[in-house]
Design a protein around this ligand. Sequence first.
Ligand SMILES: *Cc1c(COP(=O)(O)O)cnc(C)c1O
Length: 343
Amino acid sequence: MIDLRSDTLTKLKYKDLDSINYNQIGDDCYNEDYYVKKLEHHIANLFNKEDAIFMPSGTMSNQIGLKVLSNPGDEVITEVGYHICFFESSQTSALNGLVINNVRTKNGILSAEDVIDAINYKARWSDLYSTPKIISIESSISTYGGIIFPLEEIKKLRNLCNENNIFLFLDGARVLNTCISIGISPQKYVENIDMLNICLSKGIGAPFGSLLVGKKKDITTAKKYRKWYGGALHQSGLMAAIALNKLKDYEINLKIDHDNAKYLASITSKYFQLAYPVETNIVMLKTNNAENLVDILKNYDVLSTAWTSNMVRFVTSSNVNKNMIAQLDKIYNSIVKKYKEFS
Ligand SMILES: *Cc1c(COP(=O)(O)O)cnc(C)c1O
């Protein structure tokens, strides 16, 4: 099987557990786990922020981040395709009582102009009315084919946030893919961000875990909410230790994933129209029947995802290599010959 469904499906290797000292695994609820503390410290340093907290999932990390920065009835301005809205609108509304002010952009980048429009189309006569508290962005942007949120746009949003007393939140599930792709240090990329989420269970290849990263006082509050939601884990050091091992080689590994995605895109574009420029580890193609194409590909032992009814998504990860991707050329060729709807 050539599994291109997601970078969350990566397999653990025996060596990922090799150097872990089981005696160092304690109970994180007692603040006695060496690896969790080490990981939190490592990630806070990587992004040059004051503190970080280990979370079971990206969704919990996002939701607690939003909760820390807002009160029920406040507004979060985001883009329809960003995870906070695309997958988490119920959570954002039910868990945090946030009003989602949804912007539908043409290219997936929520610009400062878009945000100004989103602010101005409602009554802002006083704080008796809904108040924008958070601008939530994403990078790389999964629903838009893994494109990068440009640094210059972040700077413009920062100025807007400062003028309007709004927090800038980054859903950086794949922020390290962004940094590798544009060749920027993680700390530089997020210097204008108040708080971010990063997932280690995506391209980094860890089985589990995300971190919420930001100011010390905010992370302290996040720790309380993590407890409320049942996300305070006992011996999570095993997961943290694996993640630390996986992080050692992330620069090389993500670069390989990106090269493989470009290679896959070059083959795919001979037969199908690509939906977005390929900037990280995601390739999306356009077709009039996504589910049908996914089924057919499966018959050729290629796994993919029907992202929408007319888009198929492929994600490169350590599950696939260049030789596997090369086979797609023959497979596409056979499909377009055999199935008239794809020719
Ligand atoms: C995967 C993902 C999440 C959620 O992470 P889970 O661990 O699956 O809850 C959030 N945001 C983005 C952009 C993601 O890709």
